[in-house]
Design a protein. Structure first.
Lengths: 435, 407
């Protein structure tokens, strides 16, 4: 019966071509607008590290006090004093301090020009913490961290550029005029949003090119390539800056369970209390521990544009559906006579429901196919107008295709409830008489 | 025109009438708000920058390693850049209007004031205001003797040695108006961080910040007499010379030190375009949705109108047979649409207001100006009338003879 009704539905698409075309267009445009904006929204509100997002935590410590903080919320970055203090305490399963650096790589091949790389200074724990995949080799260990070793982990793209993709583990690379030994080559690793550093990137940026040890970067006096905020003059020179209350570093910890996270939060409060006792903080402990999703939410990584356009598009879909209700009503009621005949010949109301809902589903499917085409165009168009760093994340993948068709069919079937009910109410006797 | 029969006819078709009303109302609510959002974005895109828009080039370089002789090397670079034919001015700055990352400071207007009055961005660099092409409206610009080297200032700051600290600044009109409303800012003192007074010696008409989200604070900028080798050069030249000068400048810099990496090379027009990219995208997207909405609404009215006419063919025939002219029939459907649209618009205005309240709470948007509502009403009335014209004409064409058939 389903196949027969579906066939009838297809045939009826051709019966009132203008009315049908109007409906298909309304559904197509409505679905395409919502799906295109949804693709952008989905990309920006994506969970960048789903397996571990509830186990990784960003740390905040208020080292400025109530006078210089907004609404009592500690700043998003930490001072060197605090990240080093926390590293020394080593209270979590894994932990890393980190900050962005912007060194230049000087290729051995004299024909190639030096180029700037997007880099972070981290501790060795960062690699297992962030689930960074390796093509060759691995990250470095605690020994290298402690020894301020000149080691480096490079991205696949850099490896391709400098070593033509060969296994370069153990070879050397010149960074800012100094040689570093490569311990590992990352496979493609580009979580979006860049959960570990929304503070300096607003969440969307190019993938990381290389990692060097935090301790090494500090020894070489590499300044941050990101934001540096000070509440008072830091004084003269590198050491004064390093030990000032200027904030420019991030701190991440891994805790495998809720209990571990709570324990870490307590140790964090303990640390701040200790600083208060020592006279460094003249205020009670004010710390935060946020997991990846909470952190991204707090950093407002989803652009407001993305939310507003999604809302507008959903409202648009709603109007298209109201429109569809009207048009379906028109389409169904024109066939009152036909319904009357069917009913007189013994079809139950139930069968009328079945027939017309399936017919509506057919219209929805046609609208969905048009919507799919328009969503494809929309996704291309988005990458044309939106911030390219965000737009390139919006893609038409299998799940979006399925969702587009599903939304189109479901929405149309829902819109068809009232018109179908009206159709089923047709009185056979009345229709037969008036003809 | 008799309205009562229309009402009694509509009462027989409550749902269909309700659908038209709902559609018009939703469209009205969304289009009013969307157009408001669009004009806001457009205002932002066309914001005054205060600089010589089409004449600036921005080059950012990074030294391979930190050098101690950075200021002499910067002066060497600047001298070389100045010699390029067509270059009218060159400056080394810490930041660029609409350039993204910025240097900011809390500004206080009294000694020992606890909280800053406002947060302003600070432009460094000798000759920076002249190179940018800002317009001085009062006082004087920063002079050579006002300037101090960045490193010396930092050193002086750590030892509270006031002799080597900048003593003057130039502020924008917007910032002066906020700090000292209705009073001439010339000679007034402001404080940044430490309690060292800085005297305002000049006011420029406009100068936008490197980055901001709230338009109200977009022009809280000041120029501060600090010389800094941050590796960012701003070059001014005639618009038609920009490409040539940019290429020549890069060649010059490379020649002076081949080991340097060029991080950015762009005209200021490109900087501006990039800065407002999201706003443009958003405006375009909303405009597209608005047009699509109006089209869909119009199509919906056409569809329902045709259905209605088809349903009432016989009644129309009867009316015609009883003496109604074609004009009467046409008017009937037009009036009916006008009534439905009006109810929809009234409802839509209330909804537009509600949506606006929601956006105000969640997205910090301003209140919807009242003038959008009548404009939205007129647009929807016109669209309704245009959409119903086709079906109404078809209704008017129904011959009276229909009344005699099929009864």
């Amino acid at each position: 019966m389903f196949a027969y009704y579906f066939q009838l539905g297809l045939r009826s698409l051709r019966r009132n071509p203008i009315l049908t075309a109007l409906m298909v267009m309304a559904i197509g445009f409505g679905v395409a607008a919502s799906m295109t904006t949804y693709a952008v929204f989905r990309a920006t509100s994506n969970n960048p590290i789903p397996e571990k997002s509830s186990q990784l935590f960003a740390v905040q410590i208020d080292n400025w006090g109530p006078e210089d903080t907004k609404n009592g919320e500690p700043s998003s970055s930490l001072s060197y004093t605090d990240v080093i203090g926390l590293m020394a305490a080593h209270k979590a399963r894994r932990q890393t301090a980190m900050y962005p650096v912007g060194p230049s790589v000087i290729p051995a091949d004299a024909h190639l020009l030096p180029f700037n790389v997007n880099s972070y200074a981290v501790y060795g724990d960062a690699f297992p913490m962030f689930d960074i995949p390796f093509l060759y080799g691995s990250g470095w260990g605690a020994a290298e961290d402690d020894g301020h070793a000149a080691v480096v982990v490079i991205a696949r793209a850099i490896n391709d550029k400098l070593f033509n993709g060969a296994n370069s583990v153990g070879r050397e690379i010149n960074i800012d005029g100094r040689n570093y030994r490569i311990t590992g080559v990352m496979d493609s690793w580009n979580p979006q949003p860049l959960f570990f550093d929304p503070v300096n990137t607003s969440g969307f940026d190019d993938p990381v090119d290389l990692f060097i040890p935090f301790t090494r970067a500090i020894e070489l006096k590499m300044g941050t390539a990101g934001n540096n905020n000070c509440n008072k003059n830091s004084g003269d020179g590198w050491d004064a800056w390093l030990h000032s209350e200027c904030i420019w570093a991030q701190y991440w910890v891994e805790a495998s369970s809720k209990a571990d996270a709570d324990a870490y939060l307590r140790s964090l409060q303990g640390y701040a209390a200790e600083q208060q006792r020592a006279g460094r903080f003249r205020w009670p402990p004010n710390v935060r521990l946020r997991n990846v999703q909470e952190w991204l939410e707090f950093q407002k990584v989803v652009p407001p544009e993305s939310k507003i356009s999604l809302l507008v598009a959903l409202a648009f879909l709603l109007i298209c559906l109201v429109n569809t209700v009207g048009l379906l009503l028109a389409k169904f009621m024109r066939r009152a006579a036909e319904i009357g005949v069917r009913r007189a010949l013994g079809a139950s109301r139930r069968e009328i429901y079945g027939q017309f809902l399936i017919e509506a589903g057919t219209v929805g499917l046609a609208g969905g196919l048009l919507g799919l085409l328009l969503t494809g165009l929309g996704v291309v168009g988005v990458s044309w107008v939106f911030d390219p760093k965000v737009a390139r994340l919006a893609t038409l993948d299998a799940s979006l295709v399925a969702l587009t068709l599903l939304v189109a069919v479901l929405a149309t079937v829902m819109a068809a409830f009232y018109p179908t009910w009206r159709a089923a109410q047709v009185q056979p006797a009345w229709q037969l008489k008036s003809n | 025109m008799d309205i009562l029969p229309i009402f009694s006819a509509l009462r027989r078709h409550k749902i269909t009438a309700l659908l038209v009303i709902l559609e018009v109302a939703l469209t009205c609510a969304i289009v009013c708000n969307a157009v408001f959002l669009i004009t806001q974005r457009i205002d932002r895109i066309h914001m005054l920058s205060g600089v010589a828009e089409h004449e600036l080039i921005d080059i950012q370089i990074s030294p391979i390693s930190a050098t101690t002789d950075s200021v002499p090397r910067m002066n060497e670079d600047l001298a070389a850049l100045r010699q390029i034919p067509g270059v009218t001015a060159v400056a080394s700055s810490n930041q660029l209007p609409l350039g993204g990352s910025s240097w900011n400071a809390g500004i206080k207007i009294a000694r020992d004031q606890k909280e800053s009055t406002l947060n302003a961005t600070t432009y460094y660099g000798e000759n920076m205001l002249e190179t940018l092409g800002t317009q001085l409206v009062a006082g004087r610009s920063l002079l050579h003797d006002d300037f101090y080297d960045f490193d010396a200032v930092v050193k002086a700051g750590s030892t509270s040695d006031t002799k080597n600290m900048p003593k003057v600044a130039v502020v924008t009109q917007a910032m002066a108006d906020r700090l000292w409303p209705g009073v001439s800012p010339l000679g007034k003192e402001l404080f940044m961080g430490d309690n060292i007074p800085i005297t305002v010696v000049g006011v420029v008409a406009h100068l936008v910040r490197p980055s901001f989200s709230d338009n109200a604070v977009a022009e809280y900028s000041m120029a501060f007499p600090i010389r800094m080798a941050a590796g960012r050069y701003v070059i001014r030249t005639a618009p038609e010379n920009r490409e040539r000068v940019l290429a020549a400048a890069l060649a010059k810099l490379k020649q002076l030190d081949p080991k340097r990496v060029v991080l950015k090379k762009q005209t200021w027009d490109q900087v501006r375009e990039k800065f407002f990219q999201n706003d443009r995208a958003m405006a375009g997207l909303l405009l597209g949705v608005c047009v699509a909405l109006l089209v869909v609404t119009a199509l919906g009215i056409v569809g329902l109108g045709s259905f209605w006419v088809a349903q009432r063919r016989r009644q129309i025939g009867v009316r015609r047979a009883l003496g109604a002219t074609r004009r009467h029939i046409l008017r009937y459907f037009q009036t009916e649409n006008f009534l439905l649209a009006t109810i929809g618009i009234v409802l839509g205005m209330a909804m537009a207001y509600g949506v606006n309240l929601l956006l105000m709470v969640h997205y910090e948007l301003p209140r919807l100006p009242m003038m959008y509502l009548p404009m939205g009403a007129v647009v929807l009335w016109l669209i309704g009338q245009a959409a119903v014209l086709g079906p109404a004409l078809r209704a008017a064409a129904v011959p009276p003879v229909v009344a005699t058939r099929s009864v």
